[in-house]
Ligand binder design. Structure first.
Ligand SMILES: *[C@@H]1O[C@H](CO)[C@@H](O)[C@H](O)[C@H]1NC(C)=O
Ligand SMILES: *[C@@H]1O[C@H](CO)[C@@H](O)[C@H](O)[C@H]1NC(C)=O
Length: 666
């Protein structure tokens, strides 16, 4: 109970088992001196007296300063949680629950607790805001709350992402916030969005000698998302990125609170001008100066240009020693720490890209926040201005999506394959030619290339017990994966042979409309050069989303892993075990002496797994309809704007929300 207080003041503790695990070291720490004292007869009385005194003191502190005590407990919990590893679960024993069952029930419990604990009134929402962040909500909070309520918005307390995105800018004066915004918006890949007299417009002023690049649609989409409430916002401005990728990577030195620059001049002096300076170098500059990537940068260079690599070596995934069935992620890989695990950077096209990036703290609004970047998240404009390729149930006549897509088959008619189609995007090719490392290329290669290894697969037997069988990866990849590229882009630097070479080395298939995916029960989603805007449509479908990403988006506080979607690692090493858990394994793959029967759509090898998979597919679809409607994104953006207005005007007026106070009419 102790450590769950922060997250569930009015409801059951969340992640029960976690709490137990979290608490045990503390209990142990307390028990050691206690045991020592009590076991020595002479000190027993003194020890008991001391204990009583301590208990009394703790109780007194709790009564006298309940808020502070709770805050202290919260901090201890945060600290402890930060040290919990994301990935590894306890080793698997045959009698135990499958780790995925546990992840699913933990997720379900957390999600239900989150839904239950939301504030029910404005006063509760204000109190919850104060409790979480230690300061008052911004001016206009009452109108925002009313807007959220009127539109059936459910997660009124879940905006931790906004607070953390804005935290670095809270150190700046209002004047500095304004001058950095104006200056940032004039850079080549940035656009401005200005609000004046209750009207918002996108602008493309450019610095002297510069040429505007990037997509102004992103700023226009942001303007569109303001329309429902812009008349209630004060005059102010935003710098909206014209790129899908994050642009703000202040160095570790300048991000330190004690070393924060109070005043910066022209943003032009802090933005890279060339596109061949890869993100990896920007990223390493954000690491602690003592981290290996900064101490010996030469040791962490890009991998050598190599011809196509072998697919993931599953012979490494052995049952001896390490347990292969514990490597399921709890959530996304957005918190992967590449400063301390530098080898992992090879696997992400993100780092092989270059575009204009700031090395100081400039406030820039954009859709997908890359690891350690300081961009401020807004909903992707693709979610607001619908495009056929990213929108579920897109109707060309109506020009937008619908709740039902006539092309989306019923569950029973879907096949048990894992589907992915897409273009060869994955990195910006700086340095060029490292395609084989990008996530999309590795997946297509895994699906298409001969792989004579085998891997341990955990699957249900007829009696519902778990059994482990080594299964041929060639059988797995051809049965489980329906994967291919549909378009070669940015492929000229491919060696050997440029675009033709890439098309020869990887599996290319015909381009298909988005809805073609829905014939599969499992829809894979991978990062390209930036975040994948397709997830929303895939969630809305009647299939289940399996997603691998290192980006954060605006909805991260709302989407529950293992309830609404299945998180996947960027190595894909657990991919076939995810498949085996949910789809089951056909008998002839377990026992090669049996005749192989060709799979057909709707065939179910494991009814329990199938039901679990359907529950995720249904929950994701329900989530999209209940929590990711356009109006839910407007609720997010509205609250973000109030926070931004407070920073913008903090020098001039009191921008905190004061309950019961009349808003002036301006
Ligand atoms: C403060 O920032 C300056 C300029 O970037 C840097 O040279 C210096 O090392 C930083 N100091 C600390 C203590 O981080
Ligand atoms: C920041 O970027 C500017 C412009 O590219 C560059 O001149 C400057 O050296 C960079 N500063 C640091 C600390 O990397």
């Amino acid at each position: 109970m102790l450590f769950s207080r922060r997250y569930s003041p009015r409801s059951e503790p969340l992640l029960l088992t976690d709490n137990r695990r979290r608490r045990s070291p503390f209990i142990l720490l307390n028990l050691i001196p206690l045991y020592w004292l009590l076991s020595s007869r002479r000190s027993r009385r003194a020890a008991l007296n001391l204990l009583c005194l301590l208990a009394l003191l703790a109780f007194g502190a709790w009564r006298a300063f309940p808020g502070e005590t709770r805050e202290w407990l919260d901090r201890v919990e945060e600290e402890y949680k930060a040290r919990l590893p994301n990935v590894h679960l306890p080793a698997f024993s045959r009698n135990a629950k499958h780790p995925i069952e546990k992840l699913m029930s933990d997720g379900q419990r957390a999600w239900e607790a989150k839904l239950r604990r939301q504030s029910k009134t404005l006063d509760e929402a204000v109190a919850e805001y104060n409790r979480r962040y230690g300061f008052a909500p911004p001016k206009g909070f009452d109108k925002w709350y009313e807007f959220a309520l009127r539109n059936g918005f459910q997660l009124v307390d879940e905006f931790d992402g906004i607070t953390s995105d804005l935290a670095p800018f809270r150190r700046l004066s209002g004047q500095e916030v304004q001058s950095r915004t104006r200056s940032a918006a004039r850079q080549e890949t940035m656009f401005s969005v200005s609000i004046a007299d209750g009207l918002a417009v996108a602008g493309k002023e450019v610095r002297a000698g510069g040429v505007k690049k990037g997509d102004m649609g992103r700023a226009r989409g942001f303007v569109q998302s303001l329309q429902a409430f812009v008349h209630d916002l004060p005059d102010m401005m935003f710098a909206v990125s014209g790129l899908a990728e994050s642009s703000v990577y202040p160095t570790w030195e300048v991000s330190q609170p004690h070393n924060f620059s109070a005043q910066l001049g022209d943003a032009q002096d802090f933005i890279s001008k060339i596109n061949d300076f890869p993100v990896w170098y920007k990223y390493t500059n954000t690491c602690h100066p003592a981290d290996p990537v900064r101490q010996t940068p030469d040791a962490y260079q890009f991998p050598l240009l190599s011809p196509i690599l072998p697919p993931t070596n599953f012979d490494d995934v052995s049952t001896e020693g390490a347990n292969p069935f514990t490597r399921f992620l709890r959530g996304s890989e957005a918190d992967l720490d590449f400063c301390n695990q530098p080898d992992k950077f090879y696997e992400h096209g993100h780092f092989y890209s270059g575009w204009p990036m700031f090395n100081e703290t400039f406030p820039v609004f954009g859709p997908g926040r890359g690891p350690r970047s300081m961009d401020i998240r807004i909903p992707s404009y693709y979610y607001i201005v619908p495009l056929p390729k990213y929108t579920y149930g897109y109707d060309p006549e109506l020009g937008h999506g619908q709740d039902d897509d006539p092309h989306d088959p019923e569950w029973e008619d879907k096949s048990g394959t894992m589907f992915w189609r897409g273009a060869t995007t994955g990195g910006g090719s700086s340095p060029a030619g490292r395609y084989a490392y990008y996530a999309r290329h590795r997946l297509v290669q895994l699906a298409g290339q001969d792989n004579p290894s085998s891997m341990p697969i955990l699957h249900r037997t007829r009696t519902s017990a778990w059994e482990e069988t080594r299964i041929d990866v060639n059988a797995l990849r051809t049965t489980a994966l329906d994967v291919g590229f549909t378009k070669a882009v940015q492929c000229a630097p491919y060696r050997p042979g440029g675009c033709d070479g890439m098309m020869r080395d990887y599996r290319f298939v015909d381009k298909v409309p988005l809805y073609e995916a829905y014939k599969s029960k499992i829809l894979l989603d991978l990062d390209g050069m930036g975040y994948s805007a397709r997830s929303m449509a895939l969630l809305a479908s009647k299939s289940a989303l399996v997603k691998s990403t290192i980006y954060q988006e605006f909805f991260d506080d709302w989407l529950q892993p293992w309830v609404h979607y299945i998180p996947l690692s960027s190595t894909f090493e657990e991919l076939f075990n995810i498949w085996a858990f949910f789809v089951g394994v056909p008998a002839h793959m377990v026992d090669p002496t049996l005749p192989a029967a060709p799979a057909h759509a709707g065939e179910v090898y494991d009814p329990k797994g199938d039901a679990a998979l359907k529950s995720i597919a249904d929950a994701g679809r329900e989530w999209k309809r209940a929590h990711a409607r356009i109006v839910d994104m407007e609720v997010y953006t509205y609250r973000l704007c109030l926070e931004w207005a407070r920073l913008w005007y903090q020098d001039e007026r009191d921008m905190d929300y004061v309950p019961g106070q009349f808003e002036d009419a301006d």
